[in-house]
Design a protein around this ligand. Structure first.
Ligand SMILES: Cc1cc2nc3c(=O)[nH]c(=O)nc-3n(C[C@H](O)[C@H](O)[C@H](O)COP(=O)(O)OP(=O)(O)OC[C@H]3O[C@@H](n4cnc5c(N)ncnc54)[C@H](O)[C@@H]3O)c2cc1C
Length: 324
């Protein structure tokens, strides 16, 4: 019996959210008195896999195949199913992201497992196997008791701080006999979003809305984001108007993020926008309308014209950095 966790990497480097998932799995495994097996797919070297031990993995099962270089939900499910059976896994952890949302429900169906999607807390074993999750676009929480023998959880990224510890994981090959049916749908090309910090993993995010008036003013936000080392995001109308690329759009129909700091500039705070950002630890709203609904969701608010406030804020960040 073990706790299984699917880990994702980008060109051989494990993503921060996957380290968080391993850490989460390690916590669950400790509570259950068992070990953690991570499952890595594709081209990644041994040292990187052994390094998952520092986040709580005891073992890594590795499977590689040229057709697995691009994500394929059917083939990944087959890998996870084989790993779950090999390890007699009782709890399987994935991320509440594109990969986890595609693989975990398929896996749960195959294993007749109960599933919690979008967990934001550890299972409470004193009451069964009760997991806290977001509902109603993050406006409320539900506490779900999973009573099936095997349990599948997808963890909301950025829920827990990642802390590196000690240790090294053993690595084993997981040989799978794939057939063409497993690859009946194939990803032909992947265009990577540019930008130094991936939005889904960013701890600091600077986000702009229609209040910025047009794409020609975005350099102001870019300047602040650069000084802070933050990722850029935007509201949906901004992406729909092609002021910014769609991968920056956050909200109900865009990405869901949970950074430590979310700075919302010229965004009204519609419920559909809040759905994607209200898990942020600290929200700062900059808006020229005192009645903007976003202020009621903010930890800090600045009432003023974004095009005057942001350059001053950027200068203040520069001064702060120069003196510290
Ligand atoms: C089914 C559905 C799904 C949706 N999904 C999403 C989603 O995923 N994400 C999303 O963002 N929206 C989504 N929307 C749209 C959402 O309802 C809002 O229309 C949208 O979020 C508004 O974007 P905004 O705040 O940028 O623009 P606006 O509502 O136009 O607000 C602009 C804000 O900027 C302020 N402002 C203006 N000028 C300045 C200035 N110079 N300085 C400072 N502040 C200024 C204004 O006071 C105002 O508060 C969805 C809507 C529907 C119906």
């Amino acid at each position: 019996m073990s706790v299984l966790v699917l880990v994702e990497h980008s060109q051989g480097v494990f993503k921060k959210k996957s380290l968080e998932a391993v850490q989460y799995a390690a916590h669950v495994a400790k509570e259950l008195g068992t070990s953690v097996t991570a499952v890595a797919v594709g081209n990644v070297d041994n040292a990187a896999m052994q390094g998952l031990g520092a986040y709580g993995a005891n073992k890594v099962l590795h499977t590689t195949e040229s057709r697995l270089e691009n994500f394929n939900s059917r083939a990944y499910t087959k890998v996870m199913l084989a790993a779950a059976q090999k390890e007699s896994a009782k709890v399987i952890v994935g991320l509440h992201d594109t990969v986890g949302k595609a693989v975990s429900p398929r896996l749960a169906a195959r294993l007749k497992a109960g599933m919690v999607a979008g967990a934001v807390g550890y299972p409470d074993l004193s009451k069964g196997f009760v997991v806290k999750k977001n509902v109603f676009s993050g406006k409320a929480f539900a506490f779900v008791n999973v009573t099936s023998d095997v349990k599948v959880i997808t963890l909301m990224p950025n829920t827990f701080q990642v802390v590196k510890g000690e240790g090294s994981a053993t690595v084993e090959n997981l040989d799978i006999a794939f057939d063409d049916k497993d690859f009946s749908i194939q990803v032909k090309e992947v265009s990577k979003a540019s930008g130094s910090v991936p939005l889904s993993e960013a701890e600091l995010v600077v986000s702009g809305g229609r209040g910025l008036k047009g794409p020609e003013n975005w350099h102001v936000l870019e300047g602040l984001a650069k000084e802070l080392g933050a990722a850029l995001a935007c509201s949906r109308p901004v992406a729909d108007s092609h002021w910014r690329p769609h991968h920056e759009h956050v909200g109900q129909t865009g990405g869901t993020i949970r950074p430590n700091l979310y700075i919302a500039v010229g965004i009204s705070g519609a419920i559909q926008h809040l759905a994607g950002v209200n898990g942020s630890k600290t929200i700062v709203v900059i808006n020229k309308d005192a009645e903007a609904p976003f202020f009621s969701a903010a930890n800090y608010g600045v009432l003023g014209d974004a095009l005057e406030v942001i350059p001053k804020l950027t200068e203040a960040v520069k001064r702060f950095k120069a003196n510290h």
